[in-house]
Design a protein around this ligand. Structure first.
Ligand SMILES: Nc1nc2c(ncn2[C@@H]2O[C@H](COP(=O)(O)OP(=O)(O)OP(=O)(O)O)[C@@H](O)[C@H]2O)c(=O)[nH]1
Ligand SMILES: [Zn+2]
Length: 293
């Protein structure tokens, strides 16, 4: 018996990679009966029939699982946010960070298209960079036209499974192409709709990049707060997590409670007001979601 990782699933085959190569495998082991669907990213036990084919026998327990796209065991999300075209959105970045934290995935914030910066914008981006770094997040600034910035990103991809995430047009495919030119992914909206088209179903594939794997499809295609409560939301903000024992009440949601350390820190300016306001907005969204069900 051997072990490996599913890097592609297509037409009933699982492509399992390990140090001996890639094996085209069928599932064996009553997966349907056991209600297990092997996913791309799964670590599996398999039996090689020869040097190229085999059978998946068992799926190891998952660290996590994204739904759209379906990928298991994602360790890192590269959150791509362009400084311009489209404009940087702190609200959306905070939303992505919450989703990443909730899934126990390590975020890397990538501020893209820095070649488009003007002086005024540059100042705002430097402030954003300082804020997110102060929260403990890794922030990298990139431009596909500046090789050194792409080089900065490479070490973060090594030895782990990553997805790129971020709104349309921020340059996710362009970055992947810059990291691995032979990928030749279509970039920009127009060439994409002419190319693969809407009606071709895409499969997810893990691509080896710099000693790690990157999904060829962006992660986190939906950002609703389904399944999250407000207390869970507080844990997705590092500045609140850090202060959770400082509030008067256990399980403080930092909204209306008296003697709240988070609200005091916002007043004192040691917790960013913008982040706190986003928190309030997400908490409201969660409450409204509950009311609907
Ligand atoms: N100036 C500049 N333009 C860039 C950069 N990266 C990407 N672009 C351009 O931004 C546009 C969108 O890039 P894509 O890579 O298709 O963006 P995406 O995030 O993959 O978009 P979706 O697939 O729609 O989610 C393209 O026209 C790219 O050429 C950059 O670093 N600098
Ligand atoms: Zn509090």
């Amino acid at each position: 018996m051997a072990e490996g990782r599913i890097v592609k699933a297509l037409s009933g085959f699982y492509y399992v990679e390990n140090e001996d190569g890639i094996f085209q495998c069928r599932g064996r082991g009553n997966f349907r009966k056991r209600k297990i669907t092997p996913l791309v990213g799964d670590r599996v036990a398999f039996e090689a029939a020869n040097k190229t084919d085999g059978y998946v026998l068992d799926v190891y327990e998952r660290e996590n699982q994204l739904v759209r796209p379906p990928i298991a065991n994602v360790e890192q999300a590269v959150l791509v946010f362009s400084t311009q075209e489209p404009d940087f959105s702190p609200l959306l970045l905070d939303k992505f960070l919450v989703h990443v934290e909730a899934n126990e995935i390590e975020p890397v914030i990538c501020l893209s298209k820095i070649d488009l910066l003007n002086e005024q914008k540059e100042e705002a981006m430097n402030e954003a960079e300082a804020l997110y770094q102060s929260l403990g997040y890794t922030v990298i600034s990139t431009s596909i036209f500046v090789d050194e910035t792409i080089k900065m990103l490479r070490p973060y991809l090594s030895g782990r499974v990553s997805v790129f995430a971020g709104q349309s047009g921020v340059g996710k495919s362009s970055l992947l192409n810059a990291l691995k030119p032979e990928l030749n992914l279509a970039t920009n909206q127009i060439s994409k709709s002419l190319g693969r088209g809407k009606h071709t179903t895409r499969h997810v594939e893990l691509i080896p990049v710099d000693g790690g794997y990157v999904a060829d499809t962006p992660g986190f295609s939906s950002l609703d707060f389904e399944g999250m409560d407000v207390e869970g939301l507080t844990y997705c903000f590092p500045e609140m997590r850090k202060r959770m024992n400082d509030c008067k009440f256990r399980g403080c949601t930092h909204i209306n409670e008296p003697k709240c350390a988070v609200k005091e820190a916002v007043e004192a300016g040691t917790v960013a007001k913008g982040r706190y306001n986003h928190y309030l907005q997400f908490a409201e969204e969660i409450k409204n979601q509950k009311r609907r069900y």
